[in-house]
Design a protein around this ligand. Sequence first.
Ligand code: NAG
Ligand code: NAG
Ligand code: NAG
Ligand code: NAG
Ligand code: NAG
Ligand code: NAG
Length: 931
Amino acid sequence: MRFTAKTAALLASSVVSTTLAQHVRDLSSEKWTLSGKALNHTVPAGFPSQAHLDLFKAGVIGELHGLNDFDLRWIPESNWTYTSGAIKDLQKDAKSTWLVFDGLDTFTSIEFCGEFVASTNNQFRQYTFDVSKILEHCHGDPVLSINFGSAPNIVNDIANDPRSPVWDHSTQLNYEYPNRWFMRKEQSDFGWDWGPAFAPAGPWKPAYIVQFEKTESVYVLNTDFDIYRKGQINHLPPDQSQPWVVNASIDFLGSLPRNPSMFIEFKDFKSGGILSSKLIHNVTVSGNSITGVAVLNDVTPKLWWPLEMGEQNLYNITVSIRGSGKEPVASVTKRTGFRTIFLNQRNITDAQIAQGIAPGANWHFEINGHEFYAKGSNLIPPDVFWPRVTEAKMARLFEAVVAGHQNMLRVWSSGAYLHDFIYDLADERGILLWSEFQFSDAMYPVDDVSLENVAAEVVYNVRRVNHHPSLALWAGGNEIETLTLTTINRVAPDEYPRYEEEYEKLYISLIMPLVYQNTRSISYTPSSTTEGYISIDLSAPLPMVERYEDVEPGHYYGDTDFYNYDTMISFNYSAYPVGRFANEFGFHSMPSLQTWQQAVDPEDLHFNSTTVMLRNHHYPPADTATDNFRNTSLGMGEMTLGVQRYYPVPNKVDSVANFSAWCHATQLFQSDMYRSEIQFYRRGSGMPERQLGSLYWQLEDIWQAPSWASIEYGGRWKVLHYAAKDIYQPMIVSPFWNYTTGDLEVYVISDLWESAKGNVELSWVDFAGKPIAHNAGTPHSLSFEVGALNVTKIYGTNVRNLTLSHPKDAVLVLSLSAKGHLPNSDKEIAFSHQNHFTPVFPKDLALVDPQLHLSYDSHSKKFTVEAKSGVSLYTWLDYPSGVVGYFDENAFLLLPGQKKEIGFTVQEDETDGKWVKEVTVQSLWDQTTKN
Ligand SMILES: *[C@@H]1O[C@H](CO)[C@@H](O)[C@H](O)[C@H]1NC(C)=O
Ligand SMILES: *[C@@H]1O[C@H](CO)[C@@H](O)[C@H](O)[C@H]1NC(C)=O
Ligand SMILES: *[C@@H]1O[C@H](CO)[C@@H](O)[C@H](O)[C@H]1NC(C)=O
Ligand SMILES: *[C@@H]1O[C@H](CO)[C@@H](O)[C@H](O)[C@H]1NC(C)=O
Ligand SMILES: *[C@@H]1O[C@H](CO)[C@@H](O)[C@H](O)[C@H]1NC(C)=O
Ligand SMILES: *[C@@H]1O[C@H](CO)[C@@H](O)[C@H](O)[C@H]1NC(C)=O
């Protein structure tokens, strides 16, 4: 299905080896060993791999359990050497021999046949080394050895060098190991507020030996296939009436034939039909790249659309380099699609102001010329060790993304640039990937050597993933403008000009032109959160002038990033930021009991056990030289308060049951807070701020720990993922309650691209399920018409004006039904959504035992839940360990007598189907009971 440059070369060489005359040796097929002073012996090693993984396989260390985050520090604090066996059957008389590394993590010293080849220091670059001379003189079969230095020690040495830059500690967010900004390595490897600091080392991506037998032979290293509308410029809206242009560029090793030409062909991925083929004689050769440009004047490809906006139409593009012979000298096939994706940061126009949009600047995405509401979350590294991130694992994660109506993920820096196969999965599923360069919450060196290193990383990765239609944006780094720069301005304003200058040097003067030179299809923003730019002049030394804090009240400009751990204001709308787009927001919660059990011993299953507490990394340590987290209990306290303020406090007799109930309660708080915030942001699509995006922090976990994730490590959904799935539906009905004034408003929110009509039923009931007299003065039913990407207020009152004699024994059930079309679909479909409102917080409700009943039908493979005698809030189906998957719906409201059928999508099952017998159901009522 996927076709990498490597397989292209391999395939081509087996088919037409006489003309290609090149041999490609995949080094994963050699016998590798791992050695290190800290070990005293060698162990077998994988390739690609990282030292921890091989030590684990060899039984030197156990699974990542308990406090291993601290106990295994001896591994990153020593050097590790990967050594191959004797590499047999290399051609000693080859014209040239090359080592090609697709990824080395991170500081290495490489030897081939006992001779030093090179050192590397950037995890994110592809490296090639000519070892022809060494091989020529090598006696016997050569051995390749790669010595990986200790990243924590090396960056400390750099930091201690008096020539190294120094910044104020307030701008340099430190988690466990210090000085991460001195390495081009995954920054979260040194710890983050949601993750551990294993700081792995090893060859994390494949490597090859490439030998050429003669000149005029080409090995493909990387490609840059850029598909855009004629005349398109990254920061301007593309003209959708223009033909598509393809700019195909291949980076290669070896040498081109004389007068090379390029052949470009597009085939429909489904039907195999040829869309277009072009022979290009006018190619440009520059350094080790060959480029050809074709205008697809004569064809109208089917467009690629994100999830729920149309089809994900895909095409294979094959690009071949030809000489005078019949056969190509190189040929690469990749899967791609035709779409424009544009981040609109332009000034609000008079026409927009006339529509009621507040002045300032836009900050939203447009797909194929259409505005849309971006719904999704933030993706962090899905594992501490990338070599064990499999396609199956990512497919399961993306299945949950699609089920959750999420059309965009922000690929947070600073993890790693995603593998191609992950973009491929996103291309298939319509998940847009807002991508970033790996810089986060710190200042970084801007000397010439560092900038050169960054430039190579940027160019390689921009080119590598540019053909993927899921690629949505390039952003310079995480929170640099709105945290790093604003912090220095606050704590040491005299220092600010130096920081701003360094910021602009790296993210604007260096990176922006590199992005523009390698893609015309993708927009660039220097910082994940920003107030946008004032002007762009590509010929100026500083091509983008940022607005920074130069803002006018009542105007809105950029995107927002919002965290507040004071749980007093978690449901206070006036605390939420008003902006054009919310790219980060959230609150942490505990994973479930089942997930904790994967990682901690039974005696540690207490809310505030040392192990649980030390896996909460919310607050960085004061002194990074120690393993003790100064404030580790603060995060536990915040979650506790969130529960205590709003929910019944668990008080179970059995301590494990109590732990489990507490974990669940923190998830209820988290989920309700996100519901409140997401509904607020989505309602903003019809407010002056014209808010067009909500990406919550964070999608998944890197390990088992308290965090902001909606999906636990291993794939189990928290309450939040179900809540987000519910509230990210295209059309929703939402109550907005100002608990200070008592004002209650009900809105219908739609992100469809055309207006739709429907109806909302409003029913007040008490907890026994009996209708409240006169529906408490509320109309039973309201019809509505909601505009395209808009909202409509259907009801407003003050709870004091409702005829409720027992506000604690009352719930307003809202049911929406409507008809309409999803974008780019002719099919009229029915939309429905249920929501509810209680006039007091859950802890104050006069809950009754709903007497839940659960059954399973093995024919339909569905569970049926029924509340026999009372209203069931947050009805929660739970499944045992041994299986991973998700229910169609969860944490829902059930009225007495109502039966709900619910399916379960099995993603992994080690129980041979027995798990169905252990599914349980509970509700908010169960949080109040002792058993
Ligand atoms: C390796 O040997 C050293 C010195 O003999 C010893 O201190 C250390 O514990 C050994 N390491 C392992 C992993 O066996
Ligand atoms: C550790 O690794 C680094 C990077 O490969 C290298 O420069 C250094 O010499 C190594 N040190 C030892 C003791 O092997
Ligand atoms: C597209 O390319 C992939 C990988 O190269 C290949 O498996 C598939 O058959 C191709 N499809 C068509 C329609 O050419
Ligand atoms: C060849 O391509 C270059 C770059 O795309 C372009 O500037 C030039 O006009 C082309 N020449 C011809 C003869 O088409
Ligand atoms: C956008 O508005 C700002 C004022 O906020 C102005 O300085 C700038 O020139 C405008 N940019 C464009 C491209 O019109
Ligand atoms: C956990 O510890 C924190 C900090 O001491 C405390 O505030 C909180 O109440 C504790 N939580 C529970 C559930 O015991």
